[in-house]
Write a protein that binds this ligand. Structure first.
Ligand SMILES: Cc1cc2nc3c(=O)[nH]c(=O)nc-3n(C[C@H](O)[C@H](O)[C@H](O)COP(=O)(O)O)c2cc1C
Length: 363
């Protein structure tokens, strides 16, 4: 397994869905950073299922416990270990999934890869619950980034076939928390809720797209060629369970444009180099341009649905049907918005330290 991410700002994830806790160790966080556990808690609260349309009925308070790396409210430079306890486990529904794997979930390949010894309860290491650790680390990364005036914000731009109208990156921070979907457009958010409810009522699930913007990045950040901004941010985003697509700027649409339309013209504005549009999503050559970073993560529909599905019985070697019990999100997206923010912030914090834009001690 590979459970650590980053070179200088290094995040290690641990814990299983139905084990005692979910946790994370952040190593390499700059020393002297004023860190209030309340900031971590408020991001965990945004990931929580309570109040989210179509969210799992599994309710856990997810109270963060910071076990190390803090002294008198400031980071010490030592590893920061944070955990939340698992308090609402019901593993009864999961035992047979090792034999009749869920379509769309990791039960089958994980059983093969780990010789059947992987913890199947609640999806084990393949549960969306591990993202509580990502969010705790992300809250620290965002706090570090704020010391150099970088803000990372995500918002929901699509649920199923419902798409929100575009929102300028600069407007996202003021608008993205207006509703439970973290959608910058109220009417689109209402339609998205209806789409989630309709899927749920049909015993089904629905996916969507989360866009993340990072404002205030200096130009020239990134480690080409193998650790450019796109490489590192995409790697972090693809670590989120259920992310199946990542796109920067105009993304796939760029491949259908001519160069004259695709290129973002440069211009001078208040003695700064800017581009007059930002289809590159703030990255050229793997390096930040100084324009907002704009990246989208595409989430597939939640694999566990209550409708009967075709699968196999691995003991008898026959085709069979599976009806899934247990508690599941009809749509992952509303809870994943803060997870996307976290992973983008973690990748940018690491790149910031690597290029010297962020110092090892906060002065
Ligand atoms: C916040 C979050 C919550 C999730 N909740 C569920 C869930 O309730 N049921 C489920 O089957 N999958 C859920 N998932 C998705 C699965 O963990 C994921 O689809 C599975 O591990 C297979 O990985 P893959 O989709 O990346 O290939 C969730 C993912 C996230 C990010």
């Amino acid at each position: 397994m590979s459970n650590s991410l980053g070179v200088l700002f290094r995040v290690t994830s641990f814990g299983e869905s139905h084990g005692p806790c979910i946790g994370v160790v952040v190593d390499g966080c700059p020393a002297g950073l004023a860190l209030d556990a309340g900031v971590v808690q408020s991001d965990l609260d945004r990931r929580s299922s309570s109040g989210q349309p179509g969210a799992t009925p599994r309710r856990e308070p997810d109270r963060v416990r910071v076990l190390s790396g803090l002294y008198r409210g400031r980071t010490t430079g030592a590893p920061i270990c944070m955990v939340v306890d698992n308090t609402s486990q019901d593993s009864s529904a999961y035992e047979r999934l090792a034999v009749t794997p869920r379509p769309g979930h990791a039960d089958y390949p994980a059983g093969v890869r780990y010789g059947g010894w992987n913890d199947p309860a609640g999806g084990g290491r393949f549960s969306g619950r591990i993202t509580a650790g990502f969010v705790m680390a992300g809250a620290i990364a965002r706090t570090v980034l704020r010391t150099v005036n970088v803000e990372v914000c995500a918002h929901t731009v699509a649920i199923g076939a419902v798409e929100a109208p575009p929102c300028a990156p600069e407007d996202v921070p003021d608008r993205h928390r207006a509703n439970a979907l973290s959608c910058c457009d109220g009417a689109a958010a209402d339609a998205m809720v209806e789409a989630i409810k309709a899927a749920q009522a049909a015993g089904d699930s629905v996916g969507g797209v989360v866009e993340c913007v990072a404002l205030g990045l200096p130009p020239g950040m990134g480690e080409p060629v193998f650790a450019g901004v796109e490489s590192e941010v995409a790697r972090a985003l693809y670590s989120i369970p259920a992310v199946k697509a990542v796109e920067f700027g105009a993304g796939f649409a760029l491949s259908r444009m001519r160069g004259s339309a695709a290129n973002d013209p440069f211009a001078m504005l208040h003695e700064r180099v800017v581009t007059t549009k930002n289809d590159a999503g703030g990255v050229l050559g793997g390096l930040t341009t100084g324009m907002p970073l704009v990246v989208r993560a595409g989430f597939k529909p939640t694999p566990s649905i209550s409708r009967a599905q075709k699968t196999v019985n691995l003991e008898s070697g026959t085709d069979t049907e599976l009806t899934i019990a247990g508690r599941h999100d009809a749509c992952i997206v509303p809870r994943a918005v803060v997870v996307v923010e976290a992973m983008v912030a973690i990748a940018l914090c690491d790149l910031g330290l690597r290029c010297g834009a962020i110092q090892q001690v906060v002065r």
